[in-house]
Ligand binder design. Structure first.
Ligand code: ATP
Length: 231
């Protein structure tokens, strides 16, 4: 489970995050919406331990995240806007490498099984990543999350630039991960997708979480209205 408690972050006197409180329980997909600069990436970077909070704390499975500490990182997988892996390695070799880094050793069939579960077509498993589309890279990123057995998945605008079919495939995968009990926090600008994939939706403005909603309580039109009123 993910928790942010009274979390604030200042950069040279500028407030990037202001007393944020949120939690993402197992099985929940929490979508964070907000304009550029609202603080979404800062929130994700704090959970990843890339930066330290100015005040407050972030917890993963009840352990406090500290920059550079490995104990909370083992629960995590991270899907950035573009999954950057080794272009000169095949999908299966990338997956093997990153699984081993996380302490998991699988045979080729098992690795291939993770890639297939994530919708990557068989004939791409042995191909170099350099030739992959963004949608294919995101699938390999999710396969790494599965292979690492990560409880928590952080995603920063993972569907930006994906075509509608690739977005739909990605959305179905994220729902499946949620139904398997993962806790997922996703920063996104895609209101329609947030309603579709999220169990919870947060709207941020200037570092504050202004609204937190159950996705089942709102449709995309009403969410868009609320978003525009809020930002
Ligand atoms: N390393 C940094 N140094 C100084 N200011 C920063 C740094 N990183 C972020 N900020 C500032 O913190 C605020 C929040 O930025 P953040 O990247 O978290 O927003 P965001 O909601 O993710 O935006 P976007 O949708 O553009 O990705 C912004 O004002 C930004 O300029």
């Amino acid at each position: 489970m993910l928790q942010a408690i009274s979390l604030s972050k200042n950069y040279q006197g500028n407030i990037a995050l202001d007393n944020l409180n949120l939690q993402v329980k197992p099985g929940e997909v929490f979508c964070l919406l907000g304009q550029n600069g609202a603080g979404k990436t800062t929130t994700i970077n704090l959970f990843l331990g890339f930066i330290a909070p100015t005040s407050g704390k972030v917890l993963i499975n009840n352990s406090e995240v500290r920059p550079g500490a490995a104990d909370t990182r083992k629960y995590l997988a991270y899907i950035p806007e573009v999954v950057m892996l080794y272009g000169n390695l095949s999908a299966i070799d990338n997956l093997d490498y990153f699984s081993r880094l996380a302490g998991f050793i699988y045979d080729k069939n098992h690795l291939s099984g993770f890639l297939s579960q994530c919708g990557l077509q068989m004939d791409a498993h042995q191909k170099h990543l350099a030739g992959f589309s963004k949608g294919m890279r995101q699938k390999v990123g999710i396969a790494i999350a599965l292979a690492k057995n990560a409880d928590v998945i952080l995603m920063d605008e993972p569907t930006s630039g994906l075509d509608p079919k690739a977005t739909d495939e990605f959305t179905e995968l994220v729902k499946k991960l949620g139904s398997q009990g993962k806790s997922i926090l996703m920063a996104t600008h895609d209101i329609f997708n947030a309603v579709n994939v999220g169990t919870h939706i947060g709207i941020m403005r200037k570092g504050q979480l202004i609204h937190t909603l159950n996705a089942s309580d709102i449709n995309a039109n009403d969410l868009q209205k609320l978003y525009l009123q809020t930002i």
